[in-house]
Design a protein around this ligand. Structure first.
Ligand code: ANZ
Ligand code: ZN
Length: 830
């Protein structure tokens, strides 16, 4: 900071003064408001919207700097750019804060949003502020409810009883993804199971399309995100094969299908396993074994699916007293109940083939069950080695399948069971329906009324939104196993919209992922009052041309948004099936090799960095540090170096003495060529998200321009103006304040943001000279501009003749000179 008495020098770069000057100008000019008049091509650039937890942090600074580069680039390229911002403002943290402070969650939420909005303005992201939205605004969630009802009408939103993940501390249901290593993602408590009636979205109906439509994204989304989506959906092809469970204990026989990806191994099945916690297990178990099963169940309940399926865990289970008949060879297999079989995958029952499945083998070894190889893979007997063999090979011990290679045996086995009527080819998915109800207050109320006569009745559209009661505060919000809304009698009790009788509102609220599954549509017409969005406008602007956000959303948010888009397509509300054409995952901001965190004490305060180095320097540093996908380690970067570079660029404005509009044609050809190459290369680099390289190229041009002014043709050469103007335009993508000020100092009117990308003169791209580096003992002492075809001898002579080299050698004898024309000369003294 400068002292108060000092007079600001008009030729000194003062980032604070520049930051104070421009925001109101941009507002007045409406620089970032799209015209949407069809006069230009449209581009929609979107950053994943923020959650309002406190002020912006370094992670926001990085992500939004990236998104802004893209938005600003398209604007310079002449596109009409839609770049909006809003807040994902429902969710637990607001509620927890409200409980702690005896307040309403809205207070905490909207205070934080104001803080963040101010910081975003200061950070100069080029967004159209008039489109700002918050998902917790009734004007927004009214339409979340409206959309929910369209899903409900189509049977895509439904209720069922289900054992769900339950956090005993937060007293709420958790989605599978919110359970990390058996613990609640938020509070770390051990997660248990609880059976509840819950709302689901039938996303499984869309499993195939969610997979197949990824073809549209191939090459435009990071491959690892596509892989994670694919894996999450988990399509696996196989067969259902029905086994008959023999009668016992007076119970009749019973047909139980299994799902297998390896029907070729049917002859290798040596036992049968049902999920211990399934109804099937309790149905099948004989009187003698029932007690053992219920003891075992107590132990199983506390485990998560991930733990249950872990291959390295000791296998546990109990015998049910029943036997299953193998439909291919009529063998009798003992039926066990075990936790490594999941009740909600496949059919909840498996045929166990220990020779070729590791988990089955571990179980067989734990309980001394037989192991029979049916595919000769060339490996040793798994019963001896303890390692199941899963590779290709030829069938053995398998009746008429003998001699067939694995793939043919799979097909033949499916044929056999199909002919028998005991099985069929099938596809199974790992994807489950989306559990969307939450027993919490701060979310979108589910717009359903429960009537004892009419059942689940939709709140009529004209009665939306169902708003949250405003009088709940503090402790009243704390969850008690049901939603806090259930306690508000005057809110809950309503007449049934269908029969007028006494009825009750649904007291659950929606998972916040519902809110964020359609916000990108709302931004197009955010103030519409008679529909969630204007379909025509949405079809003009979407799909989003570039989506930018963290890889932590690689699965759920993206999957849910893709699902919503497909349903809306089926409803005729949108004309596209994928919402985001291209995706960029920015890396994390680290400090000293580790993610910033309170507990490590390595956090860096964004506001403090902005005060110290200026907004532009922080933005530039974020982008210059690495390719966007890589992490930025704040311990390794130099924001003060960025400030210096910006000052250097800004000072060019002082030294350009020609008038705006002067024809650069007569200017210095060397500098012109560097300028035009920078502009041409930058466009290509930007299209490939190589933002950091563009900054390196800008730095080169700033240096060349400085040199032209100081020791070349001078500040009046029109090529110098041309270079400085190109610098301002390209710099505006990264350092909008400095660029705007430089632009003004070059005699132009605001805004540089819409100045337009400089036109490249192809003729100037031919490299007139190359830079040769002159080293003495490996240390750079000088640089020479030379012809690309300079000879070794000539380059050696030029290098030895420079003042720098003479001074450095200081009379010492030369041992050797290494010449790599035209780029390098290294002089090694004795
Ligand atoms: C017999 C078999 C033999 C199997 C073999 C595998 C190898 P993916 O690919 O993940 O879909 N399975 C089926 N339902 C299960 C459940 N509810 N819980 C745990 N495991 C289950 O896996 C399908 C395979 O996982 C199925 O194929 C079944 O074991 C097992 F050499 O059947 B397999
Ligand atoms: Zn009714």
């Amino acid at each position: 900071m400068s002292s108060e008495t000092e007079q600001p020098d008009p030729n000194t770069y003062n980032f604070a003064a520049i930051e104070a000057k421009w925001p109101s100008v941009w507002d007045r000019l409406g620089t970032f408001t799209p015209a949407d008049d069809g006069s230009r091509g449209r581009r929609y650039v979107l950053d994943m919207f923020p959650y309002p937890s406190g002020d912006l942090h370094m992670g926001h600074a990085e992500a939004f700097a990236m998104g802004d580069v893209v938005a600003r680039y398209y604007r310079q390229q002449g596109f009409d750019v839609l770049h909006p911002i809003g807040w994902d403002s429902f969710g637990l943290p607001a509620e927890n804060a409200a409980i702690k402070r005896n307040a309403h969650p809205a207070e905490w939420t909207y205070t934080n949003i104001e803080t963040q909005a101010n910081s975003f303005r200061r950070y100069a992201i080029s967004v159209d502020w008039s489109r700002r939205l918050q998902t917790s605004d009734p004007e927004y969630y009214r339409w979340t409810q409206w959309l929910f009802l369209r899903f409900f009408e189509k049977g895509l939103a439904y209720r069922k009883d289900h054992p769900v993940n339950w956090c005993p501390r937060d007293q709420t249901v958790l989605a599978n993804e919110q359970v990390v290593n058996g613990a609640c993602e938020r509070c770390g408590s051990v997660v248990t199971k609880k059976t509840l009636n819950q709302w689901y979205f039938r996303i499984t109906d869309y499993a195939d399309r969610l997979l197949d439509d990824m073809e549209q994204l191939e090459g435009h989304w990071p491959e690892r995100v596509l892989a994670m989506q694919r894996n999450w959906i988990g399509r696996s092809a196989g067969a259902h094969v029905t086994f008959t469970i023999e009668p016992a204990d007076g119970q009749p026989e019973r047909a139980v299908p299994v799902f297998t990806t390896r029907p070729d191994t049917l002859h290798g099945a040596t036992f049968f396993v049902v999920a211990a916690d399934s109804e099937l297990a309790s149905d099948l178990v004989t009187f003698d074994h029932a007690a053992a099963l219920s003891t075992y169940l107590e132990q199983v309940k506390s485990l998560t699916d991930i733990e249950r399926q872990a291959t390295d865990r000791e296998k546990t289970g109990v015998f049910t007293g029943r036997y299953a008949v193998n439909p291919l060879n009529s063998e009798l297999l003992p039926v066990w109940a075990a936790d490594y079989v999941l009740s909600d995958y496949g059919t909840g029952a498996i045929m166990a083939v220990p020779a070729h499945d590791q988990r089955d083998l571990d179980f067989a070894r734990a309980f001394d069950l037989p192991v029979r190889m049916v595919v000769d893979t060339g490996d040793e007997d798994p019963a001896v080695t303890g390692t199941a063999t899963t590779g290709d090979g030829t069938l053995i011990n398998s009746g008429e399948l003998n001699g067939l290679p694995k793939e043919q045996a799979i097909a033949r086995a499916i044929e056999l069971v199909t002919l028998q009527g005991t099985g069929e080819q099938t596809v199974n998915y790992r994807l489950r329906d989306w559990l969307l109800s939450r027993q919490r207050f701060w979310g979108t109320p589910i717009p359903i009324i429960h009537c004892s006569d009419c059942g689940e009745v939709a709140v009529p559209d004209d009665q939306l939104p169902v708003t949250l009661p405003e009088n709940l505060r503090g402790e009243e919000l704390s969850p008690k196993g049901t939603s806090p809304l259930a306690a508000v009698e005057e809110w809950v009790n309503v007449p049934c919209p269908q029969c007028g009788g006494d009825a009750r509102r649904d007291t659950d609220t929606m998972d916040t992922f519902v809110d964020s599954s359609w916000y990108f549509l709302r931004f197009v017409s955010p103030h519409l009052t008679d529909a969630p969005f204007d379909s025509d406008a949405v079809n003009r602007w979407l799909p989003v041309g570039q989506y930018v956000g963290g890889v932590e959303h690689a699965i759920l948010h993206l999957l849910y948004s893709r699902f919503f888009t497909k349903v809306l397509y089926d409803l005729g509300l949108v004309s596209f099936t994928e919402p985001f054409s291209a995706l960029l995952n920015q890396g994390q901001v680290l400090n000293g090799g580790k993610a910033m965190s309170k507990s490590l004490g390595n956090g860096v305060d964004l506001g403090e960095q902005l005060d110290r180095f200026g907004v532009d320097a922080v933005r530039l540093t974020m982008i210059f540090a690495s390719p966007p996908e890589d992490d930025v380690d704040w311990a390794d970067v130099s924001p003060s170096g960025a400030t210096k570079f910006l000052a250097r660029a800004w000072r060019l404005g002082t030294d350009v003495t020609s008038n705006p509009g002067v024809d650069p044609a007569g200017g210095d050809r060397g500098l012109r060529s560097i300028t035009h190459r920078m502009v041409a290369d930058s466009a290509a680099l930007l299209q490939n998200n190589k933002f950091n390289v563009v900054i390196a190229r800008l730095m080169e041009l700033v240096n060349a321009t400085r040199k032209a002014i100081d020791s070349g043709p001078g500040g009046e050469d029109p090529a110098v103006r041309e270079a400085a103007e190109a610098i301002a335009v390209v710099l505006s993508l990264f350092a909008p304040y400095t660029a705007e000020d430089l632009w003004e100092r070059l005699g132009h009117q605001a805004s540089v943001a819409s100045a337009g990308w400089p036109t490249v003169d192809e003729g100037l791209l031919v490299q007139a000279t190359v830079t040769a580096v002159v080293q003495v003992q490996g240390k750079v002492r000088d640089r020479l501009e030379v012809a690309p075809d300079i000879s070794e001898e000539e380059l050696r002579e030029l290098a030895l003749a420079t003042d720098q080299v003479k001074r450095t050698l200081d009379g010492r004898e030369i041992r050797t000179v290494i010449v790599r024309a035209p780029k390098l000369v290294n002089i090694v003294p004795r």
